[in-house]
Design a protein around this ligand. Sequence first.
Ligand SMILES: [Zn+2]
Length: 178
Amino acid sequence: MFTTMEIILRDETLEPPEEDPIIDLQSDAYFMGQALRQALKAYEAEEVPIGAVVVKGGRIIARASNLVETLKDATAHAEMLAITQAENAIGDWRLNECDLYVTKEPCPMCAGALVNSRVRRVIFGCHDPRGGAAGGSINILQMVGLSHRCEITGGVMGEESGQLLKTFFGERRGNTES
Ligand SMILES: [Zn+2]
């Protein structure tokens, strides 16, 4: 039941190696581990467990978890909150040199915000074939005619992210059935 949490907690010990050169894949897994910690925070707050971080120059400048229920705000997705935080951190709405890591493929609203804020790269965990806007259902991140296109890397620690969502919705169903 709690294998996902165990996996995530184990990730806390996952630090980038100090001496070895950090290759792309390793740092993607590291930063996604940080996004997963935010997702776990959402899980603990009984929010749909999705988390995001924004990275600039190898440093995390924003961390956010989904807060739709807490704020009673349909726009309070992890990505939206992380984008605003990152903009505040660098004092500019242009996030050209920033990469956003999110545990689930962004929805159309968040994908639109990612394009408008000119985020360089979007790295996501589990795919969302039904509602995903990074190629799952529609590809807003790279839509012809928009002012900017984001690079996309999908499926980074997708198993862990997907499992956490499954656990959350499974428990919810259990609660409403009993
Ligand atoms: Zn969203």
